[in-house]
Design a protein around this ligand. Structure first.
Ligand SMILES: [Zn+2]
Length: 172
């Protein structure tokens, strides 16, 4: 956490991240950076059986926690490593997965793309990454605006009480 946070702060980007999930780290007495596993696998496994998660971290478990706390927020997931495959499997139909082309997570997804519910948008370099990401953000905000409009239009100005069904007597 220390090293990622330090880099983000240095670049003036820290405020754009609500949370950072990574291996905890600290600087020891000799001034060396020490990185520990996110999940203490020496005591017990994180329990994920996908088979592609490293022992120190299951990102799928982290995504599940975020999904549970953020409700219906849509996710754009970006990744390249094999450890990004497990969280890809947890994404919903309304989410997006952006695997880096010809990298481990892309290979795993390509083996059986039907296992991924989210829409898949691959990318190869920084330029393409930016183009795809910005267009997905645009898609999500357009969808949200139209969802808001249709919900707003469906709201009745008054409620007709007589239209509410009465309780029907049950025949004995
Ligand atoms: Zn996992």
């Amino acid at each position: 956490m220390f090293f990622i946070e330090t880099m983000l702060k240095h670049l003036g980007l820290r405020e754009y991240f609500s949370e950072i999930n990574t291996n905890p780290s600290f600087v020891d007495e000799q001034g060396r950076l020490r990185i520990q596993p996110y999940h203490d696998f020496k005591n017990s496994s994180h329990g994920c059986t996908t088979g592609t998660c490293p022992p120190n971290m299951c990102k799928g478990l982290i995504i599940e926690r975020i999904q549970a706390s953020e409700g219906n927020k849509r996710i754009i997931y970006l990744g390249d490593g094999a450890g990004d495959y497990c969280p890809s499997l947890k994404l919903k139909e309304s989410d997006f997965m952006m695997p880096r082309k010809n990298f481990p997570v892309w290979d795993l997804i390509s083996n059986n793309p039907l296992l991924i519910k989210a829409k898949i948008h691959e990318w190869s370099d920084g330029e393409e990454f930016e183009k795809v990401l910005l267009s997905l953000i645009d898609t999500i905000s357009t969808d949200e605006k139209s969802a808001f409009t249709s919900t707003y239009l469906k709201m009745p100005s008054t409620i007709d009480v007589s239209a509410i069904p009465k309780v029907l007597p049950v025949q004995q």
